[in-house]
Design a protein. Structure first.
Length: 202
């Protein structure tokens, strides 16, 4: 199968899995069902595995890190968002973040579909040891800042619910405010050194 056709099919499968996971996470916030949360995480893991195979497969086929074209860079950004979310969910149980974050990953992949999934065409002089460091640190920083933005939204929702009198179903489903703040701070604290590395290596 041609690489462009295979890439398009893999992106479509990944977006579908992420979309199903987003819907299930949203339902699990509205309905206190532990089973929905498990199904949502399962769909997300399946999508992340397909996403990993797509990115790694392009690396194997081209023989170079797939960082020289916008299609591959958008794939990398979406993959970093999802992996970052899975780590945050595993550490702090912040499943509410998925409702904001997964649509961003889907948009990145859909934008990639508009780009031609062609092998990198950068001049040979640009393919140095600094390129993976520069691009990798830049998009890892972008992903961390996006995660921090989503966590900040969760904090705002939590603070708004705390100010309202009486019990709230949404308040019970949102993560603890201190956990969301701690995770957002750590994402920003990691993102700034990576962005500094990006500027130094570029």
């Amino acid at each position: 199968m041609h690489m462009e056709t295979a890439s398009t099919l893999f992106v479509g499968a990944t977006v579908t899995a992420y979309g199903v996971s987003t819907w299930l996470y949203g339902r699990s916030l509205a309905l206190p069902s532990l089973r929905l949360g498990h199904w949502a995480r399962g769909a997300l893991i399946v999508g992340a595995l397909v996403h990993t195979v797509l990115f790694g497969g392009r690396w194997v086929v081209t023989g170079t890190p797939p960082l020289g074209d916008l299609f591959s860079i958008l794939l990398l950004y979406g993959w970093l968002l999802v992996v970052g979310y899975l780590l945050i969910e595993g550490l702090w149980r912040l499943s509410a973040l998925a409702v904001y974050l997964l649509p961003v990953a889907c948009l990145a992949l859909l934008a990639a579909l508009v780009m031609p999934p062609a092998p990198p065409t950068l001049p040979a002089v640009l393919w140095s040891g600094w390129l993976p460091i520069h691009v990798g640190s830049a998009f890892l920083a972008y992903a961390l800042f996006t995660l921090a933005a989503g966590l900040s939204v969760v904090c705002l929702l939590q603070e708004g619910q705390l100010r309202r009198p009486g019990p709230s179903r949404l308040l019970r489903r949102l993560p603890a405010l201190t956990a969301a703040r701690r995770a957002a701070y750590r994402c920003v604290a990691l993102g700034y050194p990576l962005m500094t590395l990006t500027l130094i290596s570029g």
